[in-house]
Design a protein around this ligand. Structure first.
Ligand SMILES: C[S@@+](CC[C@H](N)C(=O)[O-])C[C@H]1O[C@@H](n2cnc3c(N)ncnc32)[C@H](O)[C@@H]1O
Length: 389
């Protein structure tokens, strides 16, 4: 594809993501299947531009004084120092030529943008974001406008950090220590887009892809060998695998149980456990009652807005509405109540979200100890609170 054709494709794909409620990756994959002429490099270039436009949707469109996918893509060209008129020509597969209004807008410096435009968030989230992010408001929102690095958790059931680093290097993946070694000591970080999942180290279970903050939150729970631990919202199992490693794996005493209200979300977990050399029992929702009052630790990685992970899922910030947030908060209250019923007397409950919004965090559960990581700290935003009952 020519550079102008890639621009036209980016506008089309961005519009498709914005029309859909499905994850952006899935929409882009469908776009790729429907446009077979696009080779792998074209698809990657289009996807990168779409994600960049989603992360900076409002600020990129601002110079055009328009709120359209086309304006955001033109803005992305400007932001790179390119000349939109050279790409938006209307020739061949290029997007339509710049209009007189667009030329006029580009000729005038735009007025200074208000914060929600400059920092790329919906107006209605202004107050909760200021409250949740505090002094790191600007730095955290700026951090979430950039591409995420690739973070991995070294699986201590298979290797130590040095051995994993050597194996990754042999795969062509160079790493550095993660951003907060004291909180997530087994984290390694590679550049955005590093092909970790295509390497042997990953296939052999030496590393799992997991953001540093997510690792820090799992470590905060301090799961120990010998305990009965329930991962109440296990989903794909990222935290389950981290808890399993902290519990010492299959050779150590104790029992790890993975549960999710939507069991199909755990479909890949048995294969992931096998690759990691770990063990957990998967429990269906209808069998949960049997765990009542029995667990030493219940880990609740609650369904949430994902507002701390907008770098990775930037479509989510534009899809969130006050109504959706209210529904999530009500669900979090229900999940907490059900999770607590599984604790033995004196057991600990950890409530975690990858959100930075106060109504999902301290407004929901404060506990006796907290671990709060904000995007300005160098990874996703995460909240965790621990209480002993
Ligand atoms: C943040 S995700 C979990 C991510 C996962 N722990 C990980 O580390 O990959 C939240 C999960 O909560 C599940 N969930 C939603 N409502 C639930 C409920 N009432 N009880 C248990 N799980 C629930 C969702 O299906 C979803 O998989």
């Amino acid at each position: 594809m020519t550079p102008p054709a890639r621009m036209a494709a980016a506008i089309e794909a961005l519009e498709a993501v914005e029309r859909s409620d499905a994850p952006a990756e899935r929409v882009l994959a469908a776009w790729g299947r429907a446009n077979r002429y696009a080779g792998s490099k074209d698809r990657a270039a289009v996807a990168d531009r779409v994600f960049d436009c989603l992360r900076r949707r409002r600020s990129l469109a601002w110079p055009l004084r328009a709120d359209t996918a086309r304006a955001a893509v033109i803005g992305s060209v400007l932001a790179e120092g390119g000349d939109p008129a050279a790409l938006f020509t209307g020739q061949g597969h290029a997007p339509a030529a710049l209009t007189a209004d667009e030329f006029a807008a580009l000729a005038e410096p735009p007025p200074p943008p208000p914060d929600p435009v400059r920092l790329d968030y919906p107006d209605w989230l202004d107050a909760p974001l200021r409250e949740g992010l505090g002094a790191s408001f600007e730095a955290s929102l700026l951090a979430m406008r950039t591409r995420a690095p690739v973070d991995m958790r070294v699986n201590t059931l298979r290797a130590d950090v040095d051995a994993a680093r050597r194996r990754l290097s042999a795969d062509g993946v160079e790493t550095s220590p993660g951003p907060f070694p004291e909180l997530a000591p087994h984290c390694l970080r590679a550049a955005p887009g590093a092909p970790v999942a295509r390497g042997r180290a990953y296939a052999d279970g030496l590393v799992e892809l997991q953001d540093a903050a997510s690792q820090a939150v799992a470590a905060f729970a301090a799961a120990r060998p010998g305990e009965a631990v329930l991962d109440f919202c296990a989903g794909g199992g990222g935290k389950t695998l981290a808890l399993a490693a902290d519990m010492g794996g299959p050779a150590a005493p104790g029992r790890l149980i993975a549960h999710d209200a939507a069991p199909r979300r755990m479909a890949d977990l048995p294969a992931r456990l096998a690759r990691a050399g770990a063990r957990a029992d998967l429990v269906a929702p209808e069998r949960l009652a049997a765990l009542g009052g029995r667990c030493d630790l219940v880990f609740v990685d609650a369904p949430c807005s994902g507002s701390g992970a907008w770098r990775r899922d930037p479509a989510a910030k534009w899809r969130l509405t006050p109504e959706k947030l209210a529904r999530l908060c009500a669900l979090q209250a229900d999940v907490l109540e059900a999770a607590r019923a599984c604790l033995r007397r004196g057991g600990r409950l950890v409530y975690a979200t990858c959100s930075v919004l106060p109504q999902e965090n301290a407004g929901r559960f404060t506990g006796d100890a907290r671990r709060v990581l904000l995007p300005a700290d160098g990874a996703d935003g995460f909240y965790a609170a621990l209480a002993q009952f």
